[in-house]
Design a protein around this ligand. Structure first.
Ligand code: SF4
Length: 694
């Protein structure tokens, strides 16, 4: 319920103990330190347990009735006066971990009728979804590495030993990678930092941040030149192979070696080994998405798998068959996704799936003119700490006419809200991993009942989102239409649980909540299986191997070849005991040595007089922070690294533990102008910075 690994847990409510469930067929007993902290959040004295209204600088408890009335009236007022787009909506990452929220948010968004929608997608995996939309015709149709059966795992910009797997639901990833090596397989990690995962790899290739697309094109160049290309069973329904070949011809290994930092011979060997392996999979994660060439990199990862016959093949990159299938549901409602249908008001950046890039949120609030965002709804999000140039957003939020936040905490973002509406959390609510079984390395399903009663003053996500939407419409805001009103009311009556049950019953495995309740440890639904072309979302059921959108972006990549490294660049970092920004109020997760430390190469540090254990300032175009420094030669020269999610010293947030361990926010340094120009995704990796000894 906290991360994508979907571990089965055994819980003792009396003693507040949480352990990994050894009988869970998917996670087989795996657990990480964050699971024990679920009770810390649930029982947290700082948690909001009844609706809160701002009165001056203070917050006071009010009834749900009054809170929903006031929120609906104020939002509707802004929409009537300035248009529907004058109200923004931001959905944070935890919203995807609640099946009820996942089912309610599409309805909520429809009812609000605003195009000013934002989410954590555009500071994370948007480029991978864009590749799926362009190549497979569905933004949610993401191929997953078959880690349990592959013999060659090429991992770029991913650190699953810290993240527990992302766009790759794999409870117990460390065991799965060990098993890969035990069966003689290769684990190759490409990353600017020798991460926890890279330390376990059979081969580690340090790379300059933001140059993965060049490496992948050079690998494709080798494969085409040496006739090691074969689409296998994809051939009858795949277009664009000659265009991909033409593109790759422009990037021989010798041309990209200096820029990537990986020698031409090393690139050739990697390409040959990948193609020669009995089965192989290339997989990229946050480092390949949150960079200036996120779209191109995500496309090329899929293309590399496809041309080596590893897409939709056992041991390669496969699609899942989840028991409750959101992809199928979206296809039935003809909502397979879209890109660039409209643009953001200020910078003209493209929407994706109905959302604008989070990097534009601050400017859409603080730039005068028609359509300016004047009111905001946030749900389970803390964009002040999680989106680029959080300090600008922080200032912008204080200028809003009205803000309502649905959240557990008064955090660095929700402290700006006029109203905070609290929801249930953790073991207080039932649980099914609706989003993450669609990304699992093996098909599985598990449903858990609530174990404890929620506090009296909180409500479920589904109810809060729908009640708020109905209140807005009652006051004359939101999208009109009788059909929509009926759908909202009917859904509210039905409830999230019944909707989930229907999805399971009509899903590919014909399950039901009853069946899942009879199997509390979960049900194994078997390994991933080839299912193309049937699963494709494209009208003609064909794969587009070389979409024009990506080919047109190659010129920008080619121009980057002449860039000369100059000074230091910053990359982010993930830690096992940290869950983005929102679990730092758990003492057990923040105690011990400080988590927010700048990693620096000893030679880069020596050149600036910076010493291990001392403090340094890090300054970018947008801001400056002071942090302690640790030296490590596990970093590419010229690269420094700071973890994300910190920066809890801001006045007005009510997070007492986090405030005592504040750290500095990476996003006070990242730049809202640094984006992947193709997709609009935030480019956190490779921000130019100056580091000075304090
Ligand atoms: S790895 Fe993720 S799902 Fe598993 S226990 Fe940790 S936080 Fe929970």
């Amino acid at each position: 319920m906290l991360c994508e690994a979907v571990c089965g847990l055994t819980v003792d409510v009396e003693t507040r103990s949480v352990r990994g469930d050894p009988d869970d067929p998917f996670s087989r007993g795996h657990i990480c330190p964050k699971a024990a902290a679920i009770f810390d959040v649930q029982d947290d004295a700082d948690r909001i347990r009844e609706p809160q209204r701002r009165e001056g600088d203070a917050f006071r408890a009010i009834s749900w009735k009054a809170a929903l009335e006031q929120a609906g009236a104020r939002i509707a007022e802004v929409q009537r006066k300035y248009g529907r787009n004058a109200v923004g909506v931001y959905l944070g990452n935890p919203s995807v971990h609640s099946y009820a929220a996942l089912l309610a948010t599409p309805l909520f968004n429809r009812a609000m009728g605003t195009r000013s929608r934002f989410s954590a997608t555009s500071v994370d995996q948007l480029p991978a979804m864009l590749a799926s939309l362009e190549m497979f015709g569905h933004q949610l149709l993401l191929p997953i590495p078959d880690v349990d059966r592959t013999s060659f795992f090429l991992m770029l910009g991913a650190n699953p030993l810290a993240s527990n797997g992302s766009l790759m639901t794999a409870g117990g990833i460390s065991r799965r990678l060990d098993e890969l090596k035990k069966r003689g397989g290769e684990l190759v990690v490409v990353d600017p930092r020798r991460t926890e995962t890279a330390q376990e790899a059979t081969r580690y290739l340090p790379i300059r941040p933001g140059t993965d697309a060049l490496l992948l094109l050079a690998m494709l160049h080798v494969l085409f030149a040496e006739q090691r290309v074969g689409l296998g069973h994809l051939k009858p329904f795949t277009d664009g192979l000659p265009l991909l070949q033409e593109a790759a011809q422009r990037f021989p290994p010798e041309r990209v070696a200096a820029r990537t930092g990986i020698g031409a011979n090393e690139i050739r060997k990697l390409a040959r080994d990948f193609a020669a392996a009995p089965s192989a999979v290339a997989y990229g994660r946050v480092g390949t998405c949150t960079q200036a060439f996120g779209g191109l990199t995500s496309w090329l990862i899929v293309a590399l798998n496809a041309v080596t016959g590893n897409l939709d093949r056992e041991g390669g990159f496969l699609f899942t068959t989840p028991a409750a299938d959101l992809i199928d549901l979206a296809s039935r409602t003809r909502d397979r996704g879209h890109f660039g249908v409209w643009k953001s008001r200020v910078r003209g950046l493209p929407e994706f799936g109905g959302e604008l890039p989070a990097a534009t949120l601050a400017e859409e609030i603080d730039t005068e003119g028609d359509g300016r965002i004047r009111a905001l709804v946030t749900f389970a999000g803390n964009p002040v700490l999680s989106t680029p140039n959080g300090a600008r957003l922080d200032r912008a939020l204080s200028k809003l006419d009205f803000m309502v936040s649905i959240d557990l905490y008064r955090n660095e973002t929700t402290r700006h809200a006029n109203l905070i509406l609290p929801t249930s959390f953790g073991f207080e609510r039932d649980h099914y991993d609706l989003a993450f079984y669609a990304l699992a390395v093996r098909n599985a399903a598990r449903y858990a009942r609530p174990l404890v009663r929620p506090p009296r003053g909180v409500r479920g996500d589904f109810e809060v989102l729908l009640d708020l939407a109905m209140s807005v419409r009652r006051h004359g805001g939101g999208k009109r239409g009788r059909g929509l009103g009926l759908t909202l009311r009917a859904s509210r009556l039905l409830g999230a649980r019944r909707v989930l049950d229907l999805m399971l019953r009509f899903g590919p495995h014909r399950l039901s909540l009853r069946k899942l309740l009879k199997n509390p440890h979960g049900i194994d639904l078997g390994p991933l299986r080839p299912q193309l072309p049937g699963r494709l979302g494209t009208r003609d059921k064909r794969i587009a191997l070389a979409p024009k959108l990506f080919l047109d972006d190659l010129g920008r990549l080619e121009a980057s070849l002449s860039e000369k490294p100059n000074g230091l660049v910053l990359i982010g970092r993930r830690a096992l005991r940290s869950n983005n920004s929102w679990m730092h109020n758990s003492h057990r997760l923040v105690k011990g040595p400080p988590g927010c430390v700048l990693y620096m190469h000893p030679e880069d540090a020596a050149a600036r007089g910076v010493v291990a254990g001392g403090n340094a300032t890090v300054e970018s175009r947008v801001g400056k922070v002071e942090v302690p420094v640790a030296l490590t030669d596990d970093l590419f020269r010229g690269v420094v690294s700071l973890p994300h999610g910190w920066g809890h010293a801001r006045e007005g947030a009510a997070l007492s533990v986090a405030r005592a361990h504040p750290g500095a926010s990476l996003n006070d340094l990242t730049d809202e102008q640094a984006i992947d120009a193709l997709s609009g995704n935030a480019a956190f990796s490779g921000i130019p910075v100056t580091v000075r000894k304090v």
